[in-house]
Design a protein around this ligand. Structure first.
Ligand SMILES: *Cc1c(COP(=O)(O)O)cnc(C)c1O
Length: 354
């Protein structure tokens, strides 16, 4: 325990030397869900990163954006470019972070679900209210999501070239903020969580969260090796990933640790436990397990999860607990990453929730 405290102090010291733009409110709340604990037979805790701020619609990307915007400002950038789906939580949080620090947000958004310009909803509506420059990239016939994403990056880079030729400085944030600088935000998140658990005198056995671009997971696993914490991190995929995913997450975690100036490394992918069993039929496509999870969390605890990320992650966690993969009596943490704006997105994303 003392060792954990010491490691947290060291990690804080390293992180404190990185450029950082303050956003949101930390630490986020961490506490036990009494009623669900009783129902499930485990000690279920929740880490409320849906409460990062900086406005009502925060989420996990705010942690990454503190380091990304900090880096952009340290480099003297004026524009911030980023990517995602039209209903991207990351894009919307990037816009609010840019507005807070006086940077100009430019979004290249792939229309996986085609928005109705006459009836804008959810994050795309918020992006417009905050005045982001938005380029909607329509999917071409026969094009995969990955191909459309790659095309959106090429379009943005041409745009950046034009602006730089005019003497402007631009900062490119990859999808989900999954760069080494962004990942540092979740290293800090993990340290914050270890400190809170120590204060409560609880030793976490499992952490569940939803994983997409992998930046959150990279930061958590980097934080785990940095602090020497024993918790097993179980990451529920929210979209299809190939076999190289875990190795790429490991690489990102290690590049972030290197950037922070830490000696620790994630040596093997055995610390990275991802699960592709809960995202079907696809990204931004609802499923019955997530629906059941969303309704259970809402009706037992009055908390809201979303159909794209946290609903699927919660459903995965429920299955691990009910099937006994997570033993009864364990200390289980659900890391709530935000995303509730999707409850107000297009029907295709929401499904038949109620
Ligand atoms: C982006 C996002 C995730 C996944 O985070 P990654 O760092 O992209 O893996 C999980 N939940 C919500 C609500 C998100 O917006």
């Amino acid at each position: 325990m003392e060792n954990l405290e010491e490691k947290c102090r060291e990690a804080r010291g390293l992180l404190g030397q990185m450029p950082k733009a303050a956003l949101g409110f930390f630490p986020t709340p961490f506490y036990q869900l009494q009623r669900l604990s009783k129902e499930l037979g485990v000690n279920l805790y929740i880490k409320r990163d849906d409460f990062t701020g900086m406005n009502l619609f925060g989420g996990n990307k705010i942690r990454k954006l503190q380091y990304l915007i900090g880096d952009a400002m340290a480099k003297g950038c004026e524009y911030v470019f980023t990517f995602g789906a039209t209903q991207s939580n990351h894009a919307m949080q990037t816009v609010s972070a840019c507005r807070r620090w006086g940077l100009k947000p430019v979004l290249y958004l792939v229309a996986i679900v085609e928005p109705d310009e006459e009836n804008l909803r959810s994050n795309l509506l918020l992006d417009k209210i905050m005045g982001a420059e938005i380029h909607v990239v329509k999917m071409e016939p026969g094009e995969s999501e990955e191909e459309a994403e790659e095309r959106s990056v090429r379009m943005a880079r041409e745009h950046i070239k034009r602006l730089e030729a005019e003497g402007h400085h631009c900062y490119e944030v990859p999808m989900g903020g999954a760069s080494p600088a962004g990942t540092a935000g979740f290293v800090e998140g993990y340290v914050e969580f270890v400190e809170q658990a120590l204060d409560m005198g609880m030793e976490p056995d499992y952490i569940f969260h939803g994983t997409g671009t992998g930046g959150t997971l990279a930061g958590l696993v980097a934080g785990k090796v940095l602090t020497g914490s024993k918790a097993e991190i179980i990451s529920i995929n929210v979209s299809w990933k190939d076999e190289g995913y875990q190795e790429r997450v490991r690489g990102l975690a290690n590049r972030s640790l290197e950037m922070i100036g830490a000696k620790a490394r994630v040596d093997t992918v055995k610390d990275i436990h991802t699960d592709l069993n809960y995202y079907q039929p696809g990204y931004e496509m609802p499923n019955e397990m997530a629906r059941e999870g969303i309704l259970l969390l809402a009706r037992k605890e009055g908390l809201l999860a979303d159909p794209v990320y946290t609903g699927k992650a919660f459903a995965g966690m429920l299955d691990y607990i009910r099937s006994g993969k997570v033993p009864q009596g364990s200390n289980v943490v659900f890391w709530h990453t935000g995303g509730a704006t999707a409850l107000f997105a297009e029907k295709e994303i929401l499904g038949d929730l109620v």
